[in-house]
Design a protein around this ligand. Structure first.
Ligand code: PBG
Length: 326
């Protein structure tokens, strides 16, 4: 008898057989493309630490969103860079704020694409924290909730299809749900950044969104990277408060957390955010000629799917979409 008897290699011999037995797939249907919107006209500022990513003014954003839709990507996630910042982040909930204008313009030009808005104050506050700050520099939870609820409501009034709170205040999903329901927006889903770690991988994003904290860091409200049981608690609370979809963020350094959340809460769609630092590291390695960008991108996005994410939020969405089969 020939040895060995068991030969897994039999199923690896050609691309065609590999294609047939593949367990994990990435489809364009599962992608969300983030965009940064800035005030002004005819602006396309490249973000130095994120090659291929720009801050677009509304007029320049529209053709980008059109192209995204034509690639088959179902949704965009919007971040705003306002003209003025203040201690309470007023720009976040103004009727004519940057996000509100961008949402309206997208809904006029490309009505089919899902517009998801990031709900947070850090891009709009002069101190760069995600909530209201006390005299002693503490980020105050409960006073922030009302502002986040106003922000989410103003995004929905402008036409947002889904709101995605990313601030990590306790109780914000419930506060937003109540505010939306109170105005008759019971049909608008909440995609909660339920499990969001205090991560150094957000560095390039803070250049793009101009949202780095002026003092301190976000460790008093974002999660400690050492914790995974706490992730279950965060996800559970957000579901109790009315979250329709959950998110884990970042993705690649937290694949184990994605798997735990996927298995613990099989009843809800799970998104993972392949964040700015994960993107920039691949771009940088490719620029140095040290890695094959396309293959590393694909392997990374597949790893996030294999860990259990249904949806992947990624700056690579438009790069990867043309490479995917149906
Ligand atoms: C806003 C927010 C951040 C990201 C998404 N929403 C930054 C932060 O928490 O500091 C990071 C996304 C990325 O790095 O791509 N709070």
């Amino acid at each position: 008898m020939a040895f060995p008897v068991h030969r897994p290699r039999r199923l690896r011999g050609s691309e065609n057989i590999r294609r047939m037995v593949r367990e994990t797939r990435l489809s364009v249907d599962q992608l969300i493309q983030p965009f940064f919107v800035i005030y002004g006209r005819d602006v396309a500022n490249p973000v130095a630490s994120m090659p291929g990513v720009y801050q677009f003014s509304v007029d320049r954003l529209i053709p980008q969103v059109k192209e995204t839709w034509e690639l088959g990507i179902p949704a965009v996630l919007l971040f705003g860079v306002p003209e003025h910042k203040d201690p309470v982040g007023s720009g976040a909930y103004e009727r004519e704020g940057i996000i509100q204008r961008a949402v309206k313009a997208i809904k006029d030009a490309v009505p089919e694409i899902l517009v998801i808005t990031d709900v947070c104050l850090c891009e709009y506050t002069d101190h760069g924290h995600c909530g209201v700050v006390s005299e002693t520099g503490e980020v105050l939870n409960d006073p922030t909730l009302e502002l986040l609820a106003r922000e989410a409501l103003s995004h929905v009034e402008a036409g947002a299809d889904i709101v995605a709170p990313s601030d990590m205040m306790d109780g914000r999903v419930g506060a937003i749900r109540r505010a939306l329901d109170g105005e008759g927006y019971t049909h608008i889903p909440i995609l909660s950044y339920a499990v969001k770690y205090a991560s150094a991988f957000y560095g390039p994003f803070r250049d793009a969104a101009e949202s780095a904290p002026r003092f301190g860091d976000r460790r008093a409200y974002q999660m400690d990277p050492c914790n995974v049981r706490e992730a279950v608690k965060e996800a559970q609370l957000d579901l109790e408060e009315g979250a329709d979809m959950l998110m884990v963020k970042p993705a690649l350094p937290y694949l184990d957390v994605i798997r735990v959340i996927r298995d613990t809460f099989p009843q809800v769609p799970l998104a993972a955010y392949n964040v700015s630092g994960e993107y920039s590291l691949i771009k940088a390695g490719a620029r140095l000629g040290w890695i094959d960008e396309e293959r590393v991108m694909m392997e990374t996005l597949l790893a996030i799917r294999r860990a259990g994410a249904d949806i992947v939020i990624t700056y690579f969405a438009r790069d990867v979409a043309p490479l995917l089969g149906s």
